[in-house]
Design a protein around this ligand. Structure first.
Ligand code: 5GP
Length: 175
């Protein structure tokens, strides 16, 4: 049996702060895609709550799809390898794509996804992430919509897990 690290989660970003920031991001997206019909691509599992809250503040027409990458398993550190578990069902050719991530840490996953989506020849690709670990990820492209920039902390809640637990918490906590 795998050993699960103990420790009480400490409140880090409250549900109220998240709600406020999502409203701001959604307003920006509504404005940026005024005359377009973007496809939101949620990266499972972590982004499912962020995407579902964000999407309900989107006032323009839009579509949604999901993809899933291999996870870290029950580890708190990246394995350094990314694998596709669930592919997209939609055709992104000529479309405006908004990739929705829970958190950008090393940037490995978003690099992989960005490259893959671009192979499908979309009209445009932008990235939205609830959390962005400043100073860790070395990306050679922009992350367009960032909820909160954070330090190198391991966070859980609001869709983010540790060993598949804590996803149901309304706020974001540091373990
Ligand atoms: P990256 O490829 O950018 O290193 O990591 C992306 C994925 O790793 C995220 O989508 C998330 O599933 C997981 N991850 C990275 N940092 C954290 C963290 O602080 N907490 C949790 N729960 N997952 C994380």
């Amino acid at each position: 049996m795998k050993k699960i690290e103990k420790g009480k989660p400490q409140l880090f970003i409250s549900a109220r702060q998240i709600r406020k920031r999502i409203d701001e991001l959604a307003n920006q997206i509504n404005e940026d895609y005024r005359d377009r019909i973007p496809i939101f691509i949620g990266v499972l599992n972590g982004a499912f709550i962020f995407l579902s809250d964000l999407i309900r503040e989107i006032k323009i027409n839009c579509e949604i799809d999901f993809m899933k990458l291999s996870s870290y398993g029950d580890q708190k550190i990246t394995s350094g390898q990314v694998k596709m578990i669930k592919e997209l069902n939609c055709d992104v050719k000529g479309r405006d794509v908004i990739i929705v991530e829970d958190i950008v840490d090393t940037g490995l996953s978003i690099k992989f996804i960005n490259k893959l989506i671009k192979k499908g020849k979309p009209r445009s690709v932008k990235i939205a992430t609830l959390l962005y670990k400043t100073g860790i990820s070395k990306l050679d492209f922009k992350v367009d919509y960032i909820g909160f920039e954070i330090d190198n902390k391991f966070v859980v809640g609001y869709g983010l897990d540790f060993a598949q637990k804590y996803r149901n918490l309304k706020d974001v906590y540091v373990l």
